[in-house]
Each structure stands twice: as C-alpha cells, then as structure tokens.
Write a protein that binds this ligand. Structure first.
Ligand code: PMP
Length: 413
C-alpha cells in the first residue's frame, strides 16, 4: 500500500471546497478522474460569478463610473496574479485569451504570418495536442513552411538528440508542450529553449497540462511564448492566457480588430493600435471568467503547487502499481517523473466500452484519442482510456477506480 501519511495535504479539507464532489452518478458517489480534460472548480471560484454579476457587472477600461472601475480593478488584479503564477517580469506580457487553443492560434496568426516564409521550418513534437499541430498546418498550407516532428521513444520521452539534429538555418520556431495530455510526459523546456535559442529560433510552450501540476517560471525556462487554460487549473472554461516576451509581443501585428485594441481610428488615416497587452484583447473580454481565474490561482497558491504535485505523484505511483496487476492491461506513457496522467489499453476490451461501463459505476475517465491522434497512431492504437488526477483525488478513489475497472473488464471480455 502506498503511504501518504508524510504529505501535509488535508485532502478532506481540499474536497470540502468542491461542491460537485458530493454528487452521485448513477446512484454511486462520483469518482472524477477526468481532470486533464477539465478539472473541477472550488466554491471560491464559483462564488466569483455570484459576486461579480450581483454587485459590479460592468464593461471594463472604458467606463468612468464606479461599477466599471471596480470591474476593471478586479480584472487587472488577475493579470498581476497570472504574472506572479508564471513568474513573468511584467503584467503587459500577460494576454487573456479564450484558452490555450486561442493563445496558440494568436501566435500562429500574429507572429507566424509576420515572420514565417516559404522554406522556413517549424519544429513540433510527436507528443502534441491537436491545438499545437493544426494551427501550424493551416498556416503552413498558406505560407509554404515545413513542419518537422521531434520523435518520442517507447516511454513517450522526446528524443533530445534527434531534436538537436532537426535544426537547420531555416528553423524559426519550436512549438512544444510542457506536459503531454495523453501520456503525462514532462518535457525539459529549459534545455529545449537553450537549444532553440542557440539556433536563433523561438520557443512556444503549450502549458495547458503543466499549469495544474508544475511550478512555472517563464523567465527561468526562457520561454518566448507560454499558453495555458483556466479550466485545467481549477478555474472556469472560456478563459486562458498567452504569455509572450514584451519585445516580441510589441513587434507583432494585431490578429483581431475591434474595440479596446486601438489608439485611434480614422477613415482617412486608418487605425493605430494600443500598446500590449490591449493590442491583443479586441472586444469585451470574459470579465467574470478572468476574475474567477484569479480566484483559482489564489486557491492553488493556498495549497501550494509543490504539495499538489507531490500528492498527485503519490496517487500516480499508487495507480501505476494497482493497474499493473490487471492482466492484459498496458500503460502507455512511462516517462520518469511524469505528471498525474494514466493512459492505458486492455487486451480484448474496447476503450469506449470501458469508459461507458465504468461511468455506470460512478467513475469518470476519458476514452478516445485525447486530441493526440499522431501520438496514438505512433503507438499503434486509435484510443486509450485515460485517468488523470487532481489535488482532491484520494487513494481510496484510485482503489474504487481499479476495482470498477476489473469488474468492467470482466463484463466485456
Ligand atoms: N494543449 C494540451 C496539452 C491540452 O491538454 C489541451 C486541452 N485538452 C489543449 C492544449 C487545449 O486547451 P483548450 O481546449 O483549453 O484550449
């Protein structure tokens, strides 16, 4: 049995913050293990919506009235919380987007269109989520640059020698995830950034799966761009972040036009644009969501990412040991120090059947290609089951999951 007693995480207290964890599914207590897709929100985040819409709902930045001032102040306070969360130097380096997907599309469309030419090369990895593949494919089809893929080994670890060998004098950008959503691999971003910069290439980091598990320091890792989503870090959906180095963002053209992002607009002289970050925040943003993201980051800071990480690692060890006992079950993604993601397939049992039947027992896991089709097909599968853990999961829940899985496998085999 895995020992959790040395860890100072009071999981009962943590769970108390999440009303959804009290619900039942098909008459069974919910065991929520789909955290890599979306994790649950504590009441401190949920309460922001009541408070905002009940007390100070107003459009931000433009108003001179009290409600608008209060909303603007709360919105901009979150920008500073995000800055601190990823240790960025300046608040103007923090741009709010709808999520990681929109952040990557912003870089592709604003930086990519201005800087990439036919014949250039962009490196992505075999581990990427579709949101860090497709925007580059769309742009490559228009511009004519080449996408090259950093390979993985049998554990799901990126081959760093092959990575170094992929660079040429035409390499302009490396776009890579910090943590793989399908396998949990944690990539050595600082080392990869050093290599990219030695070749005068930039590095964009998809941090969607890192934000809830890893302490992020964009300055120490020397990321040029870093993206993450609120809903994977105990915050709401519909909000995310793009960090970019100030000099890069300042030099980039805007990608969406509208209110908020201009200095002046004239029919005769055209438009001039606001300074960063506003240049990249056209239109009314998701104000309550931004403020709620701030509450989520406060909640995470209240426990501390090192403790969350240690707890989840212990859960992952426990799950690995228990799952390995199941006959015919194969775990995909065995990178050392991987994040709290367990992907697996079972001989003679379709992942989809497992997902549907285990839901009947109250256990929520994800099945499918996890938006990482190239990775899964490289490993010869088109779907896996994925259980992913958060700070509120318990060893007892892992045991229920494994027992339920054994029952389900018995039913379908
Ligand atoms: N990248 C990774 C590694 C992810 O796991 C996800 C979400 N599954 C995304 C990008 C996309 O995030 P979002 O849907 O929040 O934009």
């Amino acid at each position: 049995m895995t020992d959790f007693s040395d860890l100072m995480l009071d999981v009962a207290k943590v769970r108390n913050d999440f009303p959804i964890l009290d619900r039942e599914v098909h008459g069974k207590p919910l065991v929520y293990l789909d955290n890599a897709a979306t994790c649950q929100t504590p009441r401190q985040v949920i309460e922001v919506f009541d408070d905002y819409y009940g007390r100070y709902n107003a459009n931000i930045h433009r108003g001179l009235h009290t409600l608008s001032d209060e909303a603007t102040a709360a919105f901009e306070r979150t920008r500073d919380k995000v800055r601190a969360f990823i240790n960025a130097r300046e608040i103007r380096e923090i741009i709010f987007t709808r999520g990681t997907t929109e952040a990557i599309n912003l870089v592709a469309n604003a930086w990519g269109r201005a800087n990439l030419k036919a014949g250039d090369e962009v490196l992505i990895s075999q581990l990427e989520h579709h949101s860090n593949i497709v925007p580059w494919q769309l742009l490559a089809a228009e511009i004519g640059f080449t996408i090259k893929v950093i390979p993985v080994d049998e554990r799901g670890v990126l081959d760093q020698d092959a990575y170094r060998d992929l660079f040429t004098e035409r390499t302009r950008l490396v776009a890579v995830n910090h943590v793989s959503n399908a396998f949990g691999t944690v990539n050595p971003i600082s080392d990869m950034a050093r290599v990219a910069h030695a070749h005068d290439a930039l590095i964009l980091v998809d941090g969607a799966q890192a934000a809830p598990h890893e302490q992020i320091d964009v300055v120490a890792m020397d990321a040029d761009f870093y993206a993450f989503s609120g809903h994977k870090v105990y915050g709401p959906t519909g909000i995310g972040v793009l960090y970019g180095k100030a000099e890069l963002l300042s030099a980039m053209p805007p990608w969406q036009g509208g209110g908020e992002m201009i200095k002046t607009v004239s029919f005769e002289a055209g438009s001039t644009f606001a300074d960063i970050p506003h240049k990249f925040e056209a239109g009314t943003p998701a104000i309550a969501e931004v403020i709620a993201l701030g509450a989520a980051l406060d909640w995470v800071a209240g426990i501390g990412l090192p403790l969350i990480r240690a707890w989840e690692h212990r859960l992952t060890e426990h799950a690995t040991r228990e799952l390995s006992r199941i006959d015919g079950l194969r775990i995909l993604g065995t990178a050392p120090g991987k994040a709290a993601v367990m992907s697996f397939v079972v001989d003679g049992a379709h992942s989809q059947d497992i997902g549907l039947l285990i839901d009947q027992l109250g256990v929520a896991i994800r099945t499918g290609h996890h938006c990482a089709q190239p990775l899964l097909s490289h490993f010869g599968v088109d779907a896996t089951c994925r259980a992913s853990f958060a700070a509120y999961n318990t060893p007892e829940e892992i045991d229920i999951f494994v027992e339920s899985l054994e029952r389900v496998i018995g039913m379908v085999r």
